[in-house]
Ligand binder design. Structure first.
Ligand code: HEM
Length: 137
């Protein structure tokens, strides 16, 4: 038994962040909740070109899964992320950034992750959101 436990501990340390937080289900929940916020948001909703937010939700979930060490389906479908370039057609100003993070905050909190995991995820999201601003105002 001792041995098995030791092996288990070693295995846990090698898990990716993706696995540690619960894998695909967790990222799907996160992005789904986030898009519920976007769907209701008068500033953000008009920025999304497609009437159906489902495909955008899928792209974002696959991107985050890949980023955190999960399957690489995003790049298989979409190529290199080049996120700043992909956001260039949209005027991401401070107000859009703030609205985006507001909905993301709700979605992250509802995951109920450990403090450490939540902190890691949130740090990344705030940093990434700031780097996506491409329009003054
Ligand atoms: C700061 C505010 C942001 C705004 C207003 C914004 C807005 C948008 C819009 C309008 C789209 C197009 C929807 C679609 O057709 O897929 C999009 C796509 C996307 N966004 Fe953002 N975004 C923001 C930040 C971020 C951040 C921080 C990330 C990553 C952590 C991100 C990841 C993505 C991804 C992966 C896509 C799909 C790219 C593709 O494959 O075409 N976005 N975003």
């Amino acid at each position: 038994m001792e041995r098995v436990n030791e092996i288990r501990r070693g295995t846990l340390q090698e898990q990716t962040f993706y696995e540690q937080v619960g894998g695909e289900e967790t990222f799907r929940r996160l992005v789904h909740r986030f898009y519920q916020g976007v769907a209701e948001d008068p500033l953000l909703r008009p920025m999304y070109p497609e009437e159906d937010l489902g495909p955008a939700e899928d792209r974002f979930a696959l991107f985050l899964m890949q980023y955190w060490g999960g399957p690489t389906t995003y790049s298989e479908n979409r190529g290199h992320p080049r996120l700043r370039m992909r956001h260039a057609p949209f005027a991401v100003d401070r107000a859009a950034h703030d609205a985006w993070l507001k909905h993301m905050r709700v979605a992250v909190e509802e995951l109920g992750l450990s403090e450490e995991h939540e902190h890691t995820l949130w740090n990344y999201l705030t940093y990434a959101a700031a780097s996506m601003i491409n329009t003054a105002g």
